[in-house]
Design a protein around this ligand. Structure first.
Ligand SMILES: *Cc1c(COP(=O)(O)O)cnc(C)c1O
Length: 445
């Protein structure tokens, strides 16, 4: 007789005294989605379970959904460094090192040879010097903090010259003119929106000039009649005037992305090679490591950053140092680098992605695989693209299916394009394929 039980109505569950309290915790839409997922499961089962069992399962789902703390998400958006999804996944070796250090004590600020206090920045500094060719380097909380520290150290109450076409806002409300203002530096804009020349910088130099700043205006592009001075020209001018040139690279590529079929992106090594005095970049963008901000460049300037009391407020913890150290060790050769999830994603060939796509197409009725464009993203390179393969999942209501996939366990974030729900395979780890397929079978079936 149990198989004759009716599937309960959505409203009855929404109003159930055990379920209703979750509305304020997870929101009405999410709660409806969770009930929808559970009802799909009930319909797919051989027999409809008792109402109380359904309520209990729903409460478990809602609790998991409401649980504070981060949840893992499967990234099917095709944006590899998605800032909202936590940017670069870290390598297993980076996690292992962080875990080992977290579970015990470490030589974080202790010189084991001398048996006395050491520097928190020593180990990482050496690795960064070796990779970037810079004289010295410093790691702090993130790249925004790195820019702030540089401005605070060198430009407080003085002038910073910036090309007008580089006064950008990057994601998360980081607007260069406002950061400059907060740091107590005075902004001197030169050139026009489309054309800036080295002579514009030269004319703006004064005894009050503290820095020449170059900012990677990566999230927008001015096309047509444009000009800007090269970093090399700026470095020559800076040396002549005795004013350091700072370049905020953001992305922090330590290798040539052209090796992976993406457009070449300026690397940290190139900036150092051009004679830029200090380069700032992120740890969790193209470097493929944990959140961090790195300043690399001339030793005498890094020494001044180290002596800034503000450094204490921006310092990184041991987990970051351990994970970043392990990440940098992967830069010894290309094979090791591809143990970093970002580079494994970039290195996957279209043939490999197509091969994986077959499992989706075979399992999911009506699904098809097609060429797609994945983006590197991350605020660093929103426009840099790389060819990819995506699965199109047929659905009358793709937005609704997308919402259900987000509410699922694991949560899956997809992309909707031209009214179709797409799953781009490039940022999905191969070991996640079966989880995605199972969720879709449950929801779309
Ligand atoms: C991303 C970015 C930043 C900020 O980096 P965070 O590590 O997120 O603080 C600063 N400048 C540029 C050019 C960037 O692309």
């Amino acid at each position: 007789m149990s198989s004759r039980r009716a599937v309960p109505a959505m409203n009855r569950l929404l109003e159930d005294p055990s379920v209703a309290p979750y509305e304020s915790l997870v929101g009405r839409d999410a709660l409806r989605e969770l009930i929808g997922i559970e009802l799909d499961r009930v319909r797919a089962a051989e027999a409809v379970p008792p109402f109380e069992v359904i309520v209990q399962r729903l409460v478990t789902r809602a609790q998991a959904h409401a649980a504070t703390g981060l949840r893992g998400v499967i990234n099917a958006t095709g944006t590899l460094l998605h800032t909202n999804l936590g940017r670069a996944p870290i390598a297993p070796a980076a996690f292992d090192d962080a875990r080992a250090v977290a579970q015990g004590y470490s030589n974080l600020e202790y010189d084991l040879n001398a048996g006395e206090r050491g520097s928190r920045y020593a180990v990482i500094g050496a690795a960064l010097r070796a990779i970037t060719g810079a004289e010295d380097a410093l790691v702090i909380n993130n790249c925004a903090a790195a820019v702030l520290l540089v401005l605070d150290t060198f430009a407080k109450g003085r002038e910073v010259i910036v090309a007008r076409n580089q006064l950008v806002e990057i994601g998360g409300g980081f607007r260069l003119p406002e950061v400059l203002e907060r740091s107590g530096a005075k902004l001197v804009e030169v050139g026009t929106t489309n054309r800036v020349y080295i002579e514009d910088f030269e004319r703006a130099l004064s005894p009050r000039t503290a820095l020449l700043l170059r900012m990677h205006a990566s999230n927008y592009r001015i096309e047509g009649f444009t000009h800007e001075p090269s970093a090399r020209d700026l470095a020559v001018l800076g040396r002549r005037a005795g004013v350091p040139v700072i370049e905020d690279l953001g992305g922090g590529a330590l290798c040539d992305l052209a090796e992976y079929g993406a457009a070449h992106e300026r690397t940290v090594q190139e900036a150092i090679g051009d004679g830029v005095a200090l380069v700032t970049f992120s740890g969790d963008k193209l470097l493929g490591g944990p959140q961090a901000g790195i300043v690399a460049g001339r030793a005498n300037l890094i020494a001044r950053l180290r002596n800034n009391p503000l450094l204490r407020a921006l310092r990184v913890g041991k987990l970051t140092i351990a994970a970043l150290g392990a990440t940098l060790r992967c830069y010894r050769d290309r094979a090791a680098r591809e143990r970093l999830p970002l580079f494994r994603q970039l290195a996957a060939t279209l043939e490999e992605l197509s091969e994986r796509a077959k499992a989706y197409v075979e399992a999911l009725p009506g699904a098809s695989a097609g060429e797609s464009v994945a983006y590197i993203g991350g605020g660093a390179l929103p426009q840099a693209s790389i060819a990819s393969i995506a699965i199109a999942v047929p659905s009358e209501r793709p937005q609704r299916l997308a919402a259900r996939l987000r509410a699922g366990e694991p949560a899956i974030v997809t992309r909707i394009e031209g009214g179709r729900l797409l799953l781009d395979l490039r940022a999905i780890a191969p070991h996640e394929d079966h989880l995605v397929i199972a969720s879709l079978l449950r929801l779309a079936g």
